[in-house]
Design a protein around this ligand. Structure first.
Ligand code: PLP
Length: 390
């Protein structure tokens, strides 16, 4: 019998803070509790039919059954460039400034391998998507969290990063519209980021996974709309959240050609790209009219309004999201230092699963994240149950 030993990098993974909530949820389900799960960052609505039809058709084509190229079909990359032009007014060269990804998580997870290693630092906003620090760790680099504080509008305070960290910093992850806080950033912030990155020679990786989940017609901006942005970095994007395609695994990176080429080099050595039939469906998705998407947005907006007004009525301090399908609320005063205990209370007393903020990083302590991925009627019932449990 061999002795199976994990590599150093896996032994240094941060503790999985959602484990207890997962366990308690299973326990409630076993007891027959009608659990309402507001912890899931995965749309409950199906992929629009015309996209599924495009996949069916493309799946029948034998030419699509072979290895795809790692960088993506020219037609898919062109569809991405066309979409960026239409949506953001940003021009991209489909050949050199667009790279397909097997979901944006894949690109985020791999990019530090191309640009950072032992002795280097990777800056990332926190609370945030857990893949940012893990990708730094796997590359052997040091992850440096940039706290997102309410008093700063949940934007990182770039000037507070110590000089010795900046000297070693190679890459920075930022994400707006933001998961988990739902904050949005405008040109002013992106201009600061471009200027800062230029001064310190740091590659900007902006994660725009939620740019199309927005409310009241207020469309979030792309990082690449800011002058000089392309000189300083790239943007990660995904079809997952926009078109309810999380299971399909297709996303892309766009922007600075040298950064795209570096990430591409990792990919040529590791994978063979996205199944071509999925890329064909992705082209169809990117051509989806705004009518279809406004229906999806309308559904989230009704849920947002129900949950936001309900939580306010119950006395919660909560951000009204202008984008994303999350609500970020302060825990009641007695749980400001223990969001996990509050999540546990909601689960045991109300049968509600929500995500404790600390699971997204230390600066998320004292908050709780609710996802808008259940219908309005369930959302309303959740509010009622939370009210009774307090
Ligand atoms: C969901 C999500 C992603 C990843 O989506 P993919 O399905 O891998 O494209 C990336 N960033 C954030 C912040 C997310 O919430």
């Amino acid at each position: 019998m061999i002795k199976v030993e994990l590599a150093e990098r896996l032994r240094h993974l941060p503790p999985y803070l959602f484990a207890e909530i997962d366990r308690l949820k299973q326990e409630q389900l076993r007891k027959g509790v009608d659990v309402i799960d507001l912890s899931i960052g995965d749309p409950d609505m199906p992929t629009p039919g015309h996209i599924v039809d495009a996949l069916k058709k493309a799946a029948q084509e034998p030419k699509n059954h072979r290895y795809p190229s790692y960088e993506g079909m020219p037609a898919f990359r062109q569809a991405v460039a066309d979409w960026y032009k239409r949506r953001f007014g940003v021009s991209l060269d489909a050949q050199t400034e667009v790279l397909s990804l097997i979901g944006s998580k894949e690109g985020i997870g791999h990019i530090p391998l191309a640009f950072a290693g032992p002795g280097d630092a990777v800056l990332y906003s926190s609370p945030g998507y857990p893949v940012y620090p893990v990708s730094a760790l796997f590359a052997g680099a040091e992850g440096y969290p940039m706290p997102l504080l309410e008093k700063n509008g949940f934007l990182p305070d770039l000037e507070s990063i110590p000089a010795d960290v900046l000297k070693r910093a190679k890459l920075m992850f930022v994400n707006y519209p933001n998961n988990p806080t739902s904050a949005v950033a405008g040109k002013g912030f992106f201009r600061k980021v471009v200027d800062f990155a230029g001064r310190h020679n740091i590659i900007v990786c902006h994660d725009a996974a939620y740019s199309e989940i927005y409310y009241n017609g207020k469309r979030p901006e792309s990082y690449l709309e800011t002058p000089g942005a392309k000189q300083a970095g790239i943007e990660f994007h995904s079809l997952s959240k926009t078109y309810n395609m999380t299971g399909w695994r297709i996303g892309f990176a766009v922007g600075n050609r040298d950064v795209i080429a570096g990430l591409g080099k990792i990919k040529t050595n590791l994978d063979s790209g996205v199944f071509q039939a999925v890329q064909e469906a992705g082209i169809t998705a990117l051509e989806t009219g705004d009518g279809e998407l406004s229906g999806i947005r309308e559904t989230y907006q009704q849920r947002r309004d129900a949950l936001y007004s309900g939580l306010r009525r119950l006395g919660f301090q909560v951000m009204k999201p202008e984008a994303t399908f999350y609500l970020w609320a302060s825990c009641p005063a007695e749980y400001r230092n223990d969001s996990r205990a509050f999540a546990k209370l909601l689960l045991e007393k109300a049968g509600i699963v929500a995500t404790p903020g600390v699971g997204f990083g230390a600066a998320g302590e004292g908050y709780i994240r609710f996802a808008l991925t259940v219908p309005v009627s369930r959302t309303e019932e959740a509010v009622e149950r939370i009210g009774k449990s307090l």
